[in-house]
Design a protein around this ligand. Structure first.
Ligand code: PGA
Length: 237
């Protein structure tokens, strides 16, 4: 794993945005894998700046998001579809229809998972996947477990994740209990991965991810087996 240390959150966000923009300039038809959460907000902001300054275009880019809550439609302010539109898609030149997220309100979630996997495959897989990491080591919503799911699937969110995400909702009771997420196999098949980690509270999990035993108990640790991962972080290890 390559490791890029940046002095603070803003510099981490800039470094990630520059790396994404470089990939898109190299391959304007890149297929991106995109995260949500508080960590990538700065990166999206800088990517919008780069777009507004005419330095990068997303007109030919396609994207797939990592995950979505089950039961929230795209208009719900806490859905990841809404987050992506609000923070990124509405501010750049990506074409409607060029970006996709799992549909959390699909009537048959298993059919939806299959649709998502087939579409990713049809598009040739993900060129650049950007990841955040949960305090418990989850990537996407692949929670610590005794095994790893390969493909897009529905998960029961852990108590830790529900608690961590309650800050975005009026109360913990409103946090959905299930989500659809790309599997570990989808993520590992990406040609290139950026893992974006910010904040001292993630020091322990970053250490375990990079240098600990590879285990489904720390889902992000599987990234040690990927040949092109760059960790961009403001945590000095
Ligand atoms: P955060 O979430 O960026 O809000 O900390 C990251 C994640 O859970 O993947």
């Amino acid at each position: 794993m390559d490791y890029i240390y940046c002095a603070n959150y803003e510099k981490t966000s800039q470094a990630a945005a520059r790396m994404v923009a470089r990939e898109v300039l190299k391959n304007p038809k890149a297929v991106l894998g995109l995260p949500t959460g508080s960590t990538p907000i700065g990166m999206y902001r800088y990517l919008v700046h780069l777009f507004e300054d005419g330095l990068v275009s997303f007109a030919d880019v396609k994207s797939f998001n990592l995950d979505e809550y089950v039961g929230l439609n795209a208009n719900h302010p806490q859905s990841y579809a809404y987050f992506m539109y609000d923070n990124f898609f509405s501010k750049i030149d990506v074409l409607p229809g060029a970006y996709d997220l799992p549909r959390g309100i699909a009537s048959d979630i298993n059919v939806e998972c299959k649709r998502y996997d087939e579409k990713m495959q049809k598009m040739g897989g993900i060129d650049l996947q950007i990841l955040g990491i949960g305090l418990n080591g989850h990537i996407g919503f692949n929670e610590p477990s005794h095994d790893m799911q390969v493909r897009t699937h529905c998960v029961d969110l852990t108590h830790d994740t529900i608690q961590a995400n309650a800050r975005f909702f009026n109360s913990i009771d409103e946090v959905p209990r299930h989500a659809v997420t790309m599997g570990i196999g989808n993520i590992m098949k990406s040609r290139k991965i950026i893992l974006l980690v910010s904040g001292e509270n993630k020091r322990d999990i970053l250490q375990k991810t990079m240098y600990g035993a590879v285990s489904p108990e720390v889902p992000a640790s599987i990234l040690q087996f990927h040949s092109d991962v760059t960790v961009i972080t403001d945590i000095k290890l």
